[in-house]
Design a binder for this molecule. Structure first.
Ligand code: ADP
Ligand code: MG
Length: 478
């Protein structure tokens, strides 16, 4: 897992407390003077090793460091996830979505969409299909931010006050399909052909997020939002029956700040409990994924981790951006964000491609393969045997020729029938069957000259003798 720290720019950056080392990857936190922890002196400094510190970097530079590689991976068939983590106001939404006021300040989602469509245009040897979905998880309830019935009335009930307007639609549900694939029943998937279409939907989703936030007491910092691009691609060559399917999940997590023991009641407390739980389940899940001795990963503990089952650790490219404030007043939360980040840094993953096979195309491919092999066999045979063997059905003349060989073989004038192909061998056997059947007919005919043949079923009395004479010197056979 790649982990970056991004600091929110401020005129009062606590330089003495937050030291960014020249390698650009290490943050050292120095404890303020005279601070004590319980009755003991707390350690005076902590050192956090990361993949990069994004300090005073533009949105473009941040995208180049954080997003580009994950997006390229997704186009090659690897699942990819970018998560923004940190306390409310530290810059998660700015990093993920950016501001709508200025194009230059657009965030990772619009830039990823742009890059996806640029790559699709470049990779002309493949046919791509891109779909997107936008999901919100609030108090462990799922909401589709792109539902066609969007609007605050469509949002699932939150907290004790039911939302105004028509009754909400039946909620979304996480479903586990055979094979372990997780899908979200009811979540709308929108096929998009261009960057513009995708961005229109993103803005629609953002609008629904804001409307929902107003309806429910500005909860936006207390919900997790997952914007997902579902990418499918196949080679343009007809013979290719395999296709790649990947998910690019861009996740704006809920504010990670912990409320004090007495800091909240009612809805606020309920929200805080849900957030704390889901974030610690997220951490447990990611750590479990990284531990080869663990055979059970607790995805189902929360909706967030369940929805992200195929998008975390393991076989995915996962990047975490830990957003921090630079001011001294936020040092406790900054420290806790950095601790989370460095725990995530220890997570190892082995990304793998998600390749699937289309059965109809696979049949076509195999048929073609059979034909090619037949042709190859014929050529091979031509070279070795001078063209005696055939892999096509036998002609009438060939059948007659074999019949003759079988006759001569049975009479003893032919020593052996040389086998040159499976088809010819099958024909030899059917010729043998014909000979046997003819022989039977001849025997029957011969017997009936001497005896009256009665079929077993027609014998009128079961007590009748099996063979009786109808005239002296002759008999009947049942
Ligand atoms: P969060 O989503 O973590 O609660 P926001 O992304 O909403 O925080 O950021 C809070 C405010 O700070 C917003 O007005 C945002 O535009 C601003 N902000 C955050 N990070 C930056 C940054 N790197 N550069 C400029 N403005 C920022
Ligand atoms: Mg936010």
């Amino acid at each position: 897992m790649k982990v970056f720290v991004r600091s929110r720019p401020t005129a009062t950056f606590a330089q003495e407390l937050i030291e960014i080392l020249p390698d650009g990857k290490t943050v050292q936190i120095h404890q303020s003077k005279g601070r004590r922890c319980g009755g003991y002196h707390a350690p005076s400094s902590w050192c956090f090793q990361l993949d990069g510190v994004l300090h005073l970097l533009s949105q473009e530079e941040v995208y180049a460091r954080v997003g580009q590689e994950v997006v390229l991976g997704a186009l090659d068939g690897y699942n990819g996830t970018v998560l923004c983590f940190g306390q409310t106001g530290a810059g998660k939404t700015y990093t993920m979505t950016g501001t709508t006021e200025s194009y230059r300040q657009r965030g990772i989602i619009p830039r990823a969409v742009e890059q996806v469509f640029q790559e699709v245009a470049k990779r002309s040897g493949h046919i791509f299909s891109v779909q997107l979905s936008y999901l919100e998880v609030y108090n462990d309830t799922l909401t589709d931010l792109l539902s066609t019935l969007a609007g605050p009335q469509n949002l699932a009930p939150r907290g004790p006050v039911p939302p105004p307007g028509p009754a909400p639609r039946p909620g979304l549900a996480l479903m586990e399909e055979p094979g372990g694939r997780v899908s979200i029943r009811g979540l709308s998937l929108h096929t998009v052909q261009s960057q513009e279409e995708a961005l229109d939907l993103l803005f629609e989703g953002e609008l629904n997020r804001i409307m929902g936030a107003h309806a429910m007491n500005n909860h936006s910092s207390r919900s997790h939002c997952i914007f997902t691009l579902h990418i499918q691609s196949r080679s343009r060559s007809l013979s290719g029956s395999t296709f790649l399917r990947s998910k690019l999940s861009l996740v704006d997590l809920a504010g990670s700040e912990r409320l004090g023991r007495t800091g909240g009641a009612g809805q606020t407390l309920q929200e805080a409990t849900h957030i704390n739980k889901s974030l610690s389940f997220l951490e447990q899940t990611i750590l479990a994924l990284a531990d080869p001795r663990r055979d059970h990963v607790p995805f189902r503990q929360s909706k967030l981790t369940h929805a992200l089952k195929h998008s975390l650790g393991g076989n995915c490219n996962t990047v975490l951006v830990a957003n921090i404030y630079g001011e001294e007043t936020h040092m406790d939360e900054t420290l806790s964000t950095l601790r989370f980040a460095s725990r995530m840094k220890s997570v190892k993953s082995q990304p793998s491609i998600n390749q699937h096979v289309d059965p109809a195309l696979e049949v076509k491919r195999l048929q073609k393969e059979v034909e090619t092999l037949r042709d190859e066999l014929s050529i091979q045979n031509l070279l070795v045997n001078g063209g005696g063997a055939r892999y096509q059905p036998l002609s009438e003349a060939q059948q007659a020729e074999l019949q003759d060989q079988v006759q001569r073989y049975l009479e003893g004038s032919l020593e052996a029938i040389s086998v040159v192909s499976v088809r010819q061998l099958q024909e030899v056997f059917s010729q043998f069957r014909l000979v046997v059947q003819e022989q039977e007919q001849r025997v029957k005919a011969k017997l009936s000259q001497t005896y009256t043949l009665v079929e077993r079923g027609r014998a009128d009395d079961s007590a009748n003798p099996k063979v009786r004479n109808s005239k002296p010197g002759s008999g009947s056979v049942v």
